[in-house]
Design a binder for this molecule. Structure first.
Ligand code: TNX
Length: 529
């Protein structure tokens, strides 16, 4: 709750909204005398806070043992949970406590937001310390997230994003207390993850001749060191990186590199140059399973997190229907027909992942097609999340009508090109990851929600900024806080925009607070196959 007695102070416009916030009289001032003290176990969070504040504020924040800013791990604070924190700002000191290091990482982002926006500016920005130092309003905040999974998916397969851009994106996720970066590393149009055992995946699969007739070649792939560095960079900020390797569909870039993995012996393919659903998919013979296992062994080496995303969406059966090897597999595995190969494929590969100590994630378009061990990302209709949950799957809510940021933000024809339809800020904000009408046993399975940045139509950081902001702020609010209050969110966002501007984010300017929502502006105008 926001303390009713507290004045509504506009510059306390925290995003996401904290659970409990009490504004107290007075302010703390960060200046050259301020020290930063870390209790046992809090050193990493303190070092990060220093690293984030020093470039813009010019303050060294030395680790005096009597420092006025103190970060403490207090394991007894069980009620704060895995990511909760308590932040008290008094005129003489700032005290941040959490039960776990992740809580401290969330808390330092709140402290950053309490500072003037200039204190967030990126390294090299010409900020000057205010003559009176950097003020922080006195507050008492106790905060913890509603959902454990608060994410954003970035599609680096359709348009490759250099690792520096991805790191900057991680910084922005962390600022909003989002804790998962889901990297869509492979697709029909490009394979971006290096695999030592299969070098042609990136050499051939990482390059395409053009995109939807533009005549411009596109290429890119990460090195293993870049990905490992990204994982460490994100972990330091409390963000875990979930890799996605698509199978058995969305695999044409891999088939271009290794045609023997397909269903049509002797047929050579190029990485796809169009968008949509491609009918070329992995074959189901043993060599393909060996390939998938080998790839996942390397993926597991680079990405230490518990989850690996296996895609699993949009996999046409047409090639399997015509393939002799597929018929043989149907017979030996005792399957009902080609339609059953999809689940068989995913279950077989998931068993290997389990052996690596990892958990499989997959997209679901019905809620009913993924094998039992999968955590389901419900992307088509939110109700499919409920179906999956009632079947016992853990669920991450990613319904396109409210989380696909590749849809234009308004019906204005000047919006950058996107998918057909509109998803406005309100449409994202109104997303309820565990709707009230769901059975409690379904709601219990909802791990959280995430935004999707598919990149068929967006390639540069500026274009991605425009799609992501401010809609990602709305998603962060829905993932962190159970409280829904659109006018309050709009008010907070108004100030939050100055933070984003200080960080050099080129988001979409805020629409008027009371837009006329016409039928044409409804997010539900989007049409999916
Ligand atoms: C569906 S949802 C896709 C992607 C596209 C996206 C465009 C899903 C798992 N697949 O391949 O990029 O729509 O909105």
């Amino acid at each position: 709750m926001i303390d009713a007695a507290a004045r509504p102070v506009p510059d306390l416009a925290l995003v996401p909204r904290p659970d409990s916030l009490v504004v107290l009289p007075g302010r703390f001032t960060l200046d050259h005398r301020t020290g930063l003290r870390a209790g046992p176990g809090a050193e990493t969070a303190a070092a990060l806070l220093r690293e984030l504040l020093t470039p813009a504020t010019g303050l060294a924040l030395p680790a005096h043992s009597d420092g006025q800013v103190a970060l403490l791990l207090a394991p007894g604070e069980g009620d704060l949970g895995a990511e909760g924190y308590a932040l008290t700002v008094r005129p003489d000191a700032v005290l941040l406590r959490a039960a776990r290091p992740e809580g401290l990482l969330r808390g330092i982002q709140t402290l950053r937001q309490l500072l003037p926006p200039e204190a967030l500016a990126a390294e090299g920005a010409q900020t000057r310390m205010p003559a009176v130092g950097w003020p922080v309003p006195c507050v008492r905040i106790t905060d913890r997230p509603r959902f454990a999974w608060r994410g954003a998916m970035l599609d680096v397969a359709r348009h490759f994003q250099p690792v520096a851009h991805v790191r900057r994106f991680v910084d922005l996720l962390a600022l909003h207390k989002l804790n998962v970066l889901h990297l869509h590393l492979t697709d029909d149009q490009g394979w971006r993850m290096p695999v030592a055992a299969y070098p042609r995946l990136t050499e051939i699969g990482g390059r395409r001749a053009e995109s939807a007739g533009d005549g411009i070649p596109h290429e890119g792939a990460y090195t293993r060191a870049e990905l490992a560095g990204l994982v460490a960079y994100a972990a330091r900020r409390g963000v875990s990186v979930v890799p996605e390797i698509e199978m058995p569909g969305h695999a044409r870039a891999a088939l271009a590199a290794y045609p023997e993995l397909g269903n049509r012996p002797g047929v050579r393919l190029e990485p796809w140059t169009r968008w949509g659903v491609c009918e070329n998919v992995f074959g189901v013979h043993d060599a393909v399973l060996d390939f998938c296992r080998g790839v996942l062994d390397e993926v597991a080496d680079v990405f230490p997190g518990p989850y690996v995303h296996l895609g699993g969406d949009e996999c046409p059966d047409a090639e399997w229907e015509r393939s002799r090897a597929a018929r043989a597999r149907i017979a030996t595995a005792g399957l009902a027909g080609p339609g059953a190969l999809h689940g068989w494929f995913l279950a077989t590969v998931a068993a290997h992942l389990a052996g690596l100590g990892r958990r499989p994630l997959g997209w679901t378009r019905t809620g009913a097609e993924l094998p039992a061990p999968f955590t389901a990302m419900a992307w088509l209709d939110a109700e499919h999340g409920r179906t999956a949950a009632l079947r016992g799957h853990d669920v991450i809510m990613a319904p396109y009508r409210s989380t696909y940021l590749d849809y234009p933000q308004s019906a204005d024809p000047r919006e950058p090109r996107g998918q057909d339809g509109v998803l406005d800020l309100r449409g994202v904000y109104d997303n309820e990851p565990a709707p009230a009408h769901w059975e409690p046993e379904a709601a219990r399975h909802v791990l959280g929600t995430q935004a999707q940045l598919w990149t068929e139509y967006a390639r540069t950081p500026a274009e991605l900024d425009y799609l992501a902001f401010p809609r990602l702020c709305a998603l962060a609010d829905t993932a962190w806080s159970a409280h829904r209050d659109w006018p309050d969110f709009r008010r907070r966002l108004g100030h939050h925009q100055t933070r984003l501007a200080a960080l050099g984010v080129r988001g979409r300017p805020l629409p008027s607070p009371h837009p006329e929502r016409t039928a044409a502006c409804e997010p539900t105008t989007a049409v999916r196959p």
